[in-house]
Design a protein around this ligand. Structure first.
Ligand code: HEM
Ligand code: HEM
Length: 192
């Protein structure tokens, strides 16, 4: 198995980055919903669930930078046979997924009023406490006013709606290729 992409399969680096990110997405959602649904405010479990969410979210933010570098530095496999419309839809879908992969961690971090205790190893300051916020934004806008649009995008527009539609649509397309069209689209992101 090649480290880099070949003409007919994704390479090991792209596969690990793809499935690693997918798994972390699952943990990011599970931790934040667990916090909201199953824990009481101001309990240790509530705090731990939030910190898992923040730590995993920051990790996704770092991985997506590596992923974009990896994506731009090598060609992707040739598309499987399909209509021009299908190819365009796949490209647009992937672009939208990359966009949410950047926007979610960014809006998540910009909206932080508490530090991220990164997997309880070290602290990453809350955006509210950074020199960037204090010197550039605080003179014009309170943190509460700044946080509102970040939360709207992070929790509602993307977190509650668009992201689900994109991910479910993406996974459904992969399964359609595998089970109905019977082509190699899913296999080249798995066994190669
Ligand atoms: C791709 C990564 C991320 C995903 C998919 C994600 C997803 C979500 C979702 C869906 C919610 C709303 C939960 C609800 O409705 O109760 C949420 C809330 C939140 N997220 Fe993220 N997030 C990500 C990254 C981050 C990052 C990097 C940070 C900050 C470092 C962050 C901080 C927060 C905070 C503070 C909340 C509010 C928690 C609460 O009210 O219980 N998120 N996130
Ligand atoms: C069960 C879940 C998932 C399945 C079955 C799946 C499957 C696939 C497959 C088969 C491809 C290759 C498509 C092609 O060659 O045209 C792919 C690419 C991609 N997936 Fe997923 N995926 C899943 C979850 C996710 C998640 C959660 C994300 C991010 C939020 C994601 C982001 C992407 C991106 C950005 C690409 C394009 C890769 C590139 O060409 O650079 N996937 N996925």
């Amino acid at each position: 198995m090649s480290l880099k992409n070949t003409r007919d399969s994704y390479g090991t680096i792209a596969k690990y980055l793809h499935w690693g990110t997918a798994l972390l997405f699952l943990v990011a959602y599970a931790s934040v919903y667990y916090r909201g649904w199953f824990t009481e405010a101001k309990t240790p479990e509530n705090w731990t669930a939030l910190q898992v969410h923040l730590s995993v979210g920051v990790t996704i933010g770092v991985l997506v930078v590596l992923r974009i570098i990896s994506r731009l530095s090598q060609p992707v496999p040739d598309p499987e046979p399909g209509t021009p419309l299908e190819h365009r839809a796949a490209k647009l879908g992937h672009l939208a997924l990359y966009a949410v992969l950047v926007i979610m961690p960014l809006t998540g971090y910009l909206g932080t009023g508490v530090a991220t205790e990164f997997f309880f190893l070290f602290d990453i300051p809350a955006f509210k406490d950074t020199t960037l916020f204090q010197s550039l934004i605080a003179p014009h806008l309170s943190f509460e006013a700044f946080e509102k649009p970040m939360d709207l995008v992070h929790k509602k527009i993307l977190g509650e709606w668009l992201l689900w539609i994109l991910i479910l649509g993406h996974a459904a397309a992969a399964l359609y290729h595998h089970f109905i069209k019977g082509d190699r689209t899913l296999r080249r992101m798995t066994r190669g």
